[in-house]
Write a protein that binds this ligand. Structure first.
Ligand code: FAD
Length: 412
């Protein structure tokens, strides 16, 4: 392989997926057009490979890209179905295609160099970072923004996965209510260890994404996801004869209190899931990625280093560790945990809490709405586990397994 001259840039983005796409758009939006930028990813992300659902205030640059948004959402348990009015927030659906298209347009306007190869080694000498790519190129960058997927630095005290399969269902006649999304429907059979729920994101009265999700330590089989999703479809009262599966979406997201170092060396910043943007207790990632992209772009526009705030405050990471432990060790039932949160708090407070942007006083109210004794037991267990962790050698974290992908859509 021939050595080419190093490419000198101000910013190198390693990974060009969700976090990098939001960052490219933010750089463009904030007028950061005088920096030399390289984007390194073996894959050029295009089209539909995921659907992001998130909540937030309307009136952002994302509005024109949304496929749907809802002011009302439903949270259902075996005991009741609660309709939540999210005002002033709204729940929204963003398909990856428009996000990647907008990022590609921003990339052209920013005149970024695209390297279609994996980034292999990253060496930070404190003033510049040297990146070696899989096709033998060298990039020298002032800063590296690294969103390549990676396991956490060491094993967590609780290691769960959020894993799911969704069907984009097209119906012969109106069967969905486009005015309302189902956020979490816990009427699904609960796994022996973990939590399961279904949800429905309608874009019209005949077209919706219907998903089955588990928070648990292990994946299901292909047939297991299909059976769970078919059972959820039946629970919704949808007749399979009048439905076609147009697309299938599979995914696995880490849910763990293991650490994802956000700044492994002076000039390397990690973003996205690799940088800790995935909320351990829910798997939601999008809002933190969006927030951090905006912070990085604003900092660069003001001539400051591209260092965002932590994705979540430390106290939220602690609360998540305790909640995950309580759910994992069986002290708290998942449906009961989420039901109580929404029962005893305004929906807006719960959603802002899950995004990591509540005040400490609001967090006390949130904690008070959970079952006290199991949470105290989980808090004590978490503290003891931290002490034990300090005394024994670090254990490596397991890699997040790839999603189980089945056959093509079969027609419902
Ligand atoms: C199917 C699915 C649905 C999701 N839905 C939601 C949702 O509704 N709401 C929510 O909040 N979160 C959701 N998430 C979680 C999260 O928002 C996404 O995973 C998001 O894409 C994470 O962005 P990222 O940039 O960290 O990782 P990715 O988007 O996965 O991007 C990582 C990039 O790194 C590249 N890469 C890999 N190896 C290398 C290498 N060696 N060198 C360079 N590049 C490399 C990959 O090709 C990829 O493009 C979902 C995740 C999945 C998988």
């Amino acid at each position: 392989m021939t050595e080419s001259a190093p490419l000198d840039v101000d910013l190198a983005l390693l990974g060009g997926g969700g976090a990098a796409s939001l960052l490219l758009a933010a750089l463009d939006r904030h007028g950061v057009h005088d920096l030399r930028i390289a984007v390194v990813d073996p894959v050029r992300r295009r089209g539909q490979d995921r659907t992001w659902a998130f909540w937030g205030h309307p009136g952002t640059d994302l509005d024109p890209l949304l496929s749907a948004s809802w002011q009302q959402v439903e949270v259902a348990t075996a005991a009741r179905r609660r309709v939540l009015d999210l005002t002033p927030l709204r729940y929204a659906m963003l398909r990856s295609g428009p996000v990647y298209d907008r990022a590609a347009a921003a990339e052209r306007r920013l005149d970024a160099t695209r390297i279609v190869a994996p980034a292999d080694t990253v060496t930070d000498d404190g003033t510049r970072v040297r990146v070696r790519t899989g096709d033998g190129q060298t990039v020298r960058a002032g800063w590296v923004l690294d969103s390549r997927p990676r396991p956490p630095a060491r094993a967590g005290r609780t290691t769960w996965l959020q894993h799911f399969r969704g069907w984009w269902l097209e119906a012969d006649r109106p069967v969905f209510d486009p005015a309302r999304a189902v956020l979490m429907d816990f009427r699904t059979p609960q796994p022996p260890r973990g939590v399961s729920f279904g949800y429905v994101l309608p874009v019209s009265d005949r077209y919706a994404l219907v998903e089955y999700t588990e928070f648990s330590p292990d994946l299901l089989t292909d047939a297991g996801y299909d059976a769970a999703l078919a059972a959820y479809r039946d629970l919704l009262g949808l007749d399979p004869a009048g439905l076609r599966v147009r697309e299938v979406e599979n995914g696995v997201i880490p849910m763990t209190d293991a650490p994802f170092p956000a700044r492994p060396s002076p000039r390397v910043i990690r973003l996205g899931t690799a940088g800790g943007a995935t909320r351990p207790s829910t798997g939601f990632t999008f809002s933190a990625m969006y927030r951090q992209a905006d912070q990085v772009a604003r900092a660069l526009a003001a001539g400051r280093p591209p260092v965002p705030q932590a994705a979540y405050p430390r106290r939220h990471r602690w609360m998540d560790a305790v909640a995950l432990r309580a759910l994992d060790r069986g002290g708290v039932g998942g449906p009961d945990f989420f039901d109580r949160l929404f029962d005893r708090n305004p929906a807006e407070r719960v959603l802002r809490f899950l995004d990591g942007v509540t005040t400490p006083a609001e967090e006390v109210a949130i904690m008070n709405s959970t079952r006290l004794l199991p949470m105290i037991a989980a808090t004590a267990g978490d503290a003891a586990h931290r002490v034990r962790d300090r005394l024994r050698p670090t254990r490596p974290a397991p890699a997040v397994p790839p999603a189980v992908v089945g056959a093509e859509p079969s027609g419902g």
